[in-house]
Design a protein. Structure first.
Ligand SMILES: C[C@@](CO)(OP(=O)(O)O)[C@H](O)COP(=O)(O)OP(=O)(O)OC[C@H]1O[C@@H](n2ccc(N)nc2=O)[C@H](O)[C@@H]1O
Ligand SMILES: Nc1ncnc2c1ncn2[C@@H]1O[C@H](COP(=O)(O)OP(=O)(O)O)[C@@H](O)[C@H]1O
Length: 287
């Protein structure tokens, strides 16, 4: 096998609490991650030399800083592998949208190249490597919906409801550090147990970044208000995407038919097993 075509799915933060701030400035979170059956696609082709090529380039992202290239290089270094890859990216996820597209691209690169280069490396080791690229990478590597703590790397697999979602990107770019650096951000939510969060259920779930993001980016507030007329809506991650949960696909279709022109919107189904793991035929992660 010299070529693989693999999904890099989006994630949603179905709940996100900020419970503290570490000495290094990173924030302690409690969050529920779930995947969507919508995302980017990576085509990976093995090279016999060590070059990593990527097409097309992403606007505003240098080749060497692209998370796909960084993930490939880390894996070469960690494994001592002398092979390379030509990588073609079909980008569907908005960048900086809170859907974890960059992190998911990195995870797909790690798992895909490990397969293509026939490396014997555990998911645990790949997740550790991935964490160096971003706090969200480990959940994409492990591939199961999860309750996450720490900065998002301490994962407990969970089974969540798998409704339809409508996801709206209000055309606003949000840099994660800008939200985490905001003085008004709530950083002292009381930690709750995973059991309690799951018992309370989706109607009680909130995102602690939402009030700050609303204040800093009025366009996100407009999208939240608009979507909330159809169903309860939340911000994912630090935004800019907002989403609502629906029982039937036709409800999603009727919302999509009314979306504002300046907004990008799509429907997707929640998935507790990552489409990446399904495509690779991996058994459910044992953690
Ligand atoms: C908030 C979350 C929730 O899923 O999602 P996004 O909205 O970015 O997708 C993530 O934890 C984001 O993870 P990720 O996007 O990988 O962030 P990183 O690259 O590790 O961090 C970017 C910057 O955000 C801040 N940061 C990030 C994570 C965290 N727990 N505390 C932080 O303070 C730091 O300033 C860091 O330098
Ligand atoms: N392959 C990649 N895909 C998306 N973004 C990338 C990639 N490589 C680097 N980045 C950078 O990471 C930032 C965060 O991207 P992304 O993961 O899509 O958003 P978020 O963290 O909000 O979910 C982008 O704005 C971009 O500068």
């Amino acid at each position: 096998m010299a070529e693989l075509s693999l999904p890099a799915p989006a994630k949603l933060n179905r709940l996100l609490h900020i419970t503290g701030r570490r000495a290094d400035g990173y924030h302690e979170l409690q969050t529920l991650f779930q995947f969507l059956d919508h995302g980017d696609t990576l085509k990976l082709r093995r090279r016999e030399d060590q070059r990593i090529t990527l097409t097309p380039a992403l606007p505003g992202v240098d080749h060497e800083t692209n998370l796909i290239v960084r993930a490939a290089r880390l894996l070469q270094e960690r494994s001592g592998c002398r092979l390379g890859a030509d990588i073609a990216l079909t980008k569907r996820l908005p960048m900086g949208g809170g859907l974890g597209g960059g992190s998911s691209n990195a995870a797909t690169t790690l798992l895909g190249l490990a397969r293509l280069w026939k490396l014997s490396v555990s998911l645990e080791a790949l997740a550790e490597l991935g964490l160096r690229l971003g706090a969200d990478v480990p959940v994409f590597v492990h591939g199961h919906a999860a309750w996450a703590e720490g900065i998002g790397e301490r994962l407990t697999p969970v089974e969540l409801d798998t409704p339809w979602f409508v996801i709206v990107h209000p055309g606003v770019e949000i840099a994660t550090p800008a939200v985490f650096g905001a003085s008004q951000l709530t950083r002292d939510s009381l930690p709750i147990s995973m059991t309690r969060a799951l018992q309370e259920g989706p109607h009680a779930w909130r995102n602690d970044c939402q009030p700050t993001v609303r204040r800093l980016y009025p366009g996100v507030g407009e999208a939240l208000d608009w979507l909330s007329d159809f169903a309860p809506s939340l911000l994912t991650g630090t935004g800019a995407c907002v989403f609502c949960r629906l029982t039937h696909e036709d409800q999603a279709d009727s919302i999509l038919a009314r979306v504002d022109e300046g907004w990008h919107a799509f429907k997707a189904r929640g998935r507790n097993t990552s489409p990446l793991h399904q495509a690779l035929g991996l058994p459910r992660s044992g953690r």
